[in-house]
Every structure is written in C-alpha cells, then in structure tokens.
Write a protein that binds this ligand. Structure first.
Ligand code: NDP
Length: 308
C-alpha cells in the first residue's frame, strides 16, 4: 500500500493500526540467536546444527528449504541438507531419521512436509527423537505443550505469539480468537495463547457466527488459508490482528501476488496493530526454527536454555 511502511503508525493517514514489522523483528531475533550460537561455539564447543530432509522436488518445498539453510548459515549454525528422491520408501526415510537421531552432532531434525504419498508422515514425525523435534510436531511435544510442560513448540505459532507480545507484552485476561484448528498452526497457537493466560476461543469451518465471535477478540489470529476472508467489520476496534495466511491470488495484469487471510486495508482502519502479508508471520517462522534448534542444542548438551 503506497505511503505505508512496516512499523509506522497509521493514525496520520486517518487509520489506527500499527503495522507489526515481522521482517525487522525476525531479523533482530536472528541477530540475538547468532550471538548465542557464537557463545555456545566458543564457550562450550557446541555449534547448533539442524538436518533438513527434503524428499522429492516440490518447488515450493525446495524454496523453503533453501531459505531455511541460508538463515541457518547466517546465524553461524550448521545445516546438514539431505535430499532424497521422490521414490524414497518409508523404510528408507525411517532409516535416515534413525541415523540422524543417533548422530550427536545433529541437534535438530526437520523433515519437510508434504511427503510423497507412499510415506506416512505421522510415522515419520513419531520416529524423530522428541529432543531433536525442532518443528514441534512429535506427539510427545504436542502433549507436553497441551499439559503446560516445557516442550519444543511449532515455529509459526511461536512466532505469532512473539509478534503479538511486541505490542501487548501481557496477554493475560485478553480475549483471543484463533480461526483455524490445524495441528501446524491453529491448535498450537491456541495452546500458547492459553499458556499466556489469554481466554481462548478456537474456531473452524463449522463455527456459527464467526464474524460475531471474532468481534469479541482483543487478539485475533487468522490461520485459514482463504484470501482476505476476515473483513474489517469482523475486527474489534483496537484489536491485535495476526495474519498467518499465505494465499497466492491473481493481481493486476494477471501477475500473482500474495495476500493474507485478512482484508488488510479494511483491517488497518479498525485494528490497533496488524501483521502484514508478506513480511509478518512468515519471517518469524524461520527465526523460531533457529531458536528451537539452539534450544535443542542446549538441552542435548545439558546446558541452560539460550538467553534470547
Ligand atoms: P489448514 O488447511 O490445515 O487449516 C485451515 C483451517 O481453517 C481449518 O481448521 C479449517 O476448518 C479452517 N477453515 C477453512 N475454511 C474456513 C471457513 N470458511 N471458516 C472458518 N474456518 C475455516 O491450513 P494451515 O493451518 O496449515 O494454514 C493456514 C494458512 O496459514 C494457510 O494460508 C497457510 O499457507 C498459512 N501458513 C503460513 C505459515 C507461515 O509461516 N506464515 C506457516 C503455515 C501455514 P476445518 O478444520 O473445520 O476444516
């Protein structure tokens, strides 16, 4: 949108929302992580390392994996990229996971999803050592999060809560509404908001009067996968809106552009703060993956958690 930059308060323009600049916040977090990585390497001879496993040649997954590997290297961490052909069997992938579980120089294991149809992703995720499960998808980590115990938690939800806390440092007592109940985003973000003492409502495609439920929210997290579904009049004035959606739509001249699950321009006029798409939640996901890897490296080496 012309004239609006991330981080800028929009009151001047007759709007109210502050844009939560995920790109800058993620860069700052990556900087702090790089500092911890340098300290761990020099003081303890531990260089956090992550194994990223990619099966097949899905173009979107290849881009994600490249971006992740670049961020890992920039933070001074070690990336072990393992590329397997699309014909890989479940037994072969399980064997690789077992090898990475045993390797003491590997602290985090990420198997890029989706996997080809011959492989059961639940079996693969359950085979990863929970202590190296930097995606936070292993049933043990899911259960620990639900039980309020320390856990490796999924990266995108962690990033959402961190972004919300940049504008509302305490979420205690606030009404939080999450749209979407996936295992990757909706459910874990609801658990994290609950752990922050918010009063959480988790909604989905069968929820009655979704706009009315959303209008109660002091914190609204949209993780739906439907372009600009959340309209301005769904938003409580002054609410913090975290838009997780990444939707590719046809833009001017037929050129594809990315939009979120929230009608951004409408939301700007009502919300107190909002994450843009792109440049909001997306960059935080990768920063949180690095954070989880450093946390895993510390725990596996019986060191205190990183100070970031
Ligand atoms: P899923 O498709 O797994 O889940 C979508 C959820 O939205 C479901 O719970 C579904 O409900 C709900 N939903 C769908 N339609 C409606 C509707 N009309 N009204 C209310 N609820 C609805 O998606 P993900 O959670 O994996 O991803 C959500 C979005 O976030 C996507 O755009 C994805 O690309 C993006 N994403 C972004 C990431 C990032 O790093 N920024 C990371 C991961 C995802 P039901 O369960 O009833 O079907």
């Amino acid at each position: 949108m012309p004239g609006i930059r991330p981080g800028m308060t929009t009151e001047r323009l007759g709007m109210t929302a502050t844009i939560i600049d995920g790109k800058t916040i993620a860069a700052q977090l990556r900087g702090r992580i790089a500092g911890e990585v340098a300290r761990l390497t020099s003081a303890h001879n531990v260089t956090p390392s992550i194994a990223v496993v990619l099966v097949g040649a899905d173009p979107a997954s290849e881009v994600y994996v490249r971006t992740k590997s670049k961020a890992v290297a920039e933070a001074g961490m070690r990336a072990v990229d393992r590329k397997l052909p699309a014909t890989t069997s479940e037994a072969e992938l399980l064997a690789l996971v077992a090898e990475l579980n045993k390797d003491p120089s590997v602290h985090g294991i990420l198997v890029q999803l989706p996997l080809p149809p011959q492989i059961d992703s639940h079996r693969i995720i359950s085979a990863i050592d929970p202590a190296k499960d930097v995606d936070g998808f292993h049933p043990l980590n899911v259960g620990r999060l639900a039980s309020g115990l320390p856990a490796l938690v999924p990266c995108t939800p962690l990033g959402c809560v961190m972004l919300a806390k940049t504008v509302r440092p305490s979420l205690a007592g606030l009404e939080a509404v999450v749209i979407g109940r996936s295992n990757i985003v909706g459910k874990p973000v609801a658990q994290l908001l609950l752990a922050e003492n918010a009063t959480v409502t988790l909604t989905h495609s069968k929820t009655r009067d979704l706009p009315g439920v959303c209008r109660r929210a002091d914190i609204l997290v949209a993780a739906i996968g439907r372009p600009e579904m959340v309209r301005g009049d769904w938003i409580k004035p002054g609410a913090v809106v975290i838009d997780v959606g990444i939707n590719r739509v046809a833009g001017e001249g037929g050129k594809a552009r990315i939009v979120g699950d929230v009608a951004f321009t409408e939301a700007l006029a009502v919300a107190g703060a909002i994450t843009p798409v792109p440049g909001g939640v997306g960059p935080m996901t990768i920063a949180c993956l690095l954070l989880n890897t450093v946390r895993a490296a510390c725990a596996l080496n019986h060191l205190p958690p990183p100070a970031v």
